[in-house]
Design a protein around this ligand. Structure first.
Ligand code: ADP
Ligand code: ZN
Length: 604
């Protein structure tokens, strides 16, 4: 806003000065005549009176007509005029100061305007990334409480102590106990770390300062450090209070390590140092508690985790089935749903969902229901919302050729049939050939319960299922599309981890050759510790594993060719089939395989 205003001011100033200059220069000059005419008039004694100014000669002739002309040499003209008895009125050379002043200062004015503009912009930027202080933790109607955070009971239990400490610090200090300074919440995004930090402030009824680690990292060295000092100064004034630093890994990376550019690193290290200094500088009387959140605890500088700093570390993982139900209860409390919805069942069918995703699920369902002008959210809205979150928005308008649809139908049917056949795998609960997000179709499997570890059999079956799509295309059309690229990537990834990381190869033995240093998510770097010889052996093992899975997929699909055809056919008709329909197709097709006549059985 301020920026546009400044630009406007500059433009207006410019316009005004230009106009003034113009107006000043336009004088009421009478019609100009050639200098020669003027001289001849003068000779004929027809000039009565002249004004001379800046070499411009204007005046009245004998016929009372006004004229003007420009005299190249006024000095020589004057004696002639005098000789001819012309009244000569001279005027002091009046340099119109104002326009000149404007012309000479205009660039300055413009530059000044620009400077104000840039300055304003910078200040705005500063303001935005400055820490936000929220007193909503003091407002009973708005504050977040522990009851608003569900599914992470262990974390809550650990934090209750902090709340009590914030409420009555003296009870703790009088026995000489050291007060905790920092709590590090570590876990994947959306698991409620920020919410939990706010809940601490809410429960303790203290102000809540929050800033994101990435706000500290600026282009200019020293800005981040000064921001840290400001933040702490303000917090100390408002103690007791909570300082929450989100994404602390942005500043708290191991010092001296990392491959980023030297400039950025300098700034980050300075900021981190300032943070450490400030944390150590707390006086015992000051009840300021730092809460930091990260999803990459492995890359944090060990100095941050030392006693007296973030010495309490709490890991927050996505909720389990019970936790998901609790979270769903919180969010469905605020919406209207039909009576038949069982939250336990929804919790069951959403393994791996974080709190944020569950909140989003309910919200999406409410929006979908509203769009259809329903009075309450029903099960189909929840299902659609889940599909949207898991697989992206349906792309109904996308034009797909018949050939493409056939490929996709067989591809998905291929995945599904292998998943149905292999017992050590997750059940298939939906197959669709409606394109969503970047995928042309989707076979959705839902885990029966939350899995925390996987057997070798489950993993190799997973690879076989992933390869099933492409295998089906190859079997039926003798060629394949690019639709399987994502499948292949995932299959290769699993195979690589099985052999290199989880020691699941018979010939290489139980050894981890590759260690990924990310703890919750992919994206961390991987470290490989082995020689060239072993590298070849690992590669060969991975290839062998994938090859075996591929062969298995081919054998299964060849054996169940009619089921494959039948399922693809139904998919082409229905576009989406659910668990019940899938089991009917599977059962009828396997009967048909024995009898050899599908149609007859389906018509029975
Ligand atoms: P994080 O900081 O871990 O990335 P947030 O705390 O920002 O996650 O969570 C985002 C939103 O998701 C929260 O505002 C809240 O609405 C919802 N949410 C996440 N976890 C939970 C939970 N355990 N209980 C209730 N709501 C949650
Ligand atoms: Zn696929």
């Amino acid at each position: 806003m301020a920026a546009t205003r400044n630009v406007l001011i500059c433009l207006i100033l410019f316009a005004i000065s230009f106009l003034t200059y113009k107006v000043w220069n336009v004088e009421n000059t009478p019609p100009a005549i050639p200098y020669s005419s003027f001289l001849s008039n003068l000779a004929k004694n027809e000039v009565k009176e002249v004004h001379i100014k800046d070499g411009v000669v204007s005046g009245i002739d004998a016929f009372q007509k006004e004229f003007s002309t420009y005299a190249p040499d006024v000095a020589n003209l004057i004696p002639k005029l005098y000789a001819n008895n012309v009244t000569i009125i001279t005027e002091q050379k009046k340099t119109s100061l104002f326009p000149q002043f404007l012309v000479s200062t205009l660039p300055l004015i413009l530059m000044l305007g620009l400077w104000i503009f840039l300055n304003n912009k910078k200040q705005n930027g500063d303001k935005k990334s400055e820490f936000s202080k929220s007193k909503s933790s003091l407002d009973p109607t708005k504050r977040v409480m522990f009851k608003d955070v569900a599914g992470i009971p262990e974390a809550k239990e650990e934090l209750i102590e902090i709340v009590q400490f914030l409420k009555s610090p003296n009870e703790y200090t009088k026995l000489g106990g050291r007060i905790p300074k920092g709590v590090l919440l570590q876990g994947p995004p959306g698991t409620g770390k920020t919410l939990l930090a706010k809940a601490i402030a809410g429960e303790a009824e203290v102000p809540f300062f929050s800033i994101s680690g990435s706000d500290f990292v600026e282009m200019f060295v020293g800005v981040g450090a000064s921001r840290v000092r400001k933040l702490f100064a303000q917090a100390k004034k408002d103690a007791p209070c909570i300082i929450f630093i989100d994404e602390i890994d942005a500043v708290g990376r191991k010092r001296g390590a990392g491959a980023d550019s030297a400039g950025g690193q300098d700034e980050r290290e300075q900021t981190l140092n300032a943070l450490l200094v400030e944390m150590d500088g707390f006086q015992t009387g000051e009840t300021v508690i730092m809460v930091a959140a990260t999803n990459r605890p492995d890359i944090l500088d060990p100095a941050l985790l030392r006693p007296g700093r973030f010495d309490r570390q709490i890991t927050i993982l996505p909720p389990d089935v019970k936790g998901r139900q609790r979270i769903l209860e919180i969010y469905t409390d605020k919406v209207t749903m039909t009576k038949d919805i069982e939250l336990a069942q929804i919790a069951n069918s959403t393994p791996g969902f974080t709190g944020a995703e569950l909140a989003n699920l309910i919200n999406e369902a409410a929006l979908l229901a509203a769009r259809k002008h329903k009075d309450a959210i029903d099960l189909s809205d929840l299902e659609d919302a889940k599909d949207k979150i898991l697989m992206g928005t349906e792309r109904k308008g996308m034009v797909i050729s018949d050939k493409e649809r056939r490929f996709t139908a067989y591809h998905e049917a291929g995945h599904a049939i292998i998943a149905l056949t292999l017992s050590e795998s997750d059940p298939v609960n939906k197959i669709t050939i409606v394109p969503r997000g970047r995928a042309m179709g989707m076979t959705q499997q839902t885990a029966i319960d939350d899995r925390h570890s996987y057997s070798k059999e489950y993993l190799s079956n997973r690879i076989t299922i992933l390869l099933g799509g492409r295998t089906a295309e190859e079997l039926v059309f003798n060629q394949f599309t690019t639709g399987a690229s994502n499948d292949l990537q995932m299959a290769t990834d699993i195979a690589t981890k099985m052999i290199g990381e989880w020691g699941m190869s018979d010939s290489l033995g139980p050894r981890a050759y590759i260690t990924s240093d990310s703890s919750f998510l992919g994206g961390g770097g991987t470290q490989r510790i082995y020689g060239a010889e072993t590298a070849r052996a690992i590669d060969m093992e991975i290839n062998q594993l994938i090859e075996n899975c591929y062969q298995e997929a081919m054998i299964i699909l060849e054996g169940k060719r009619h089921m494959l055809d039948r399922m693809a056919e139904i998919l082409l008709e229905e576009e989406t089939i659910d668990a019940a329909q899938i089991s009917i197709i599977a059962n009828s097709s396997s009967l048909a395989a024995k009898d050899g006549n599908i149609e007859e059985i389906l018509n029975r």
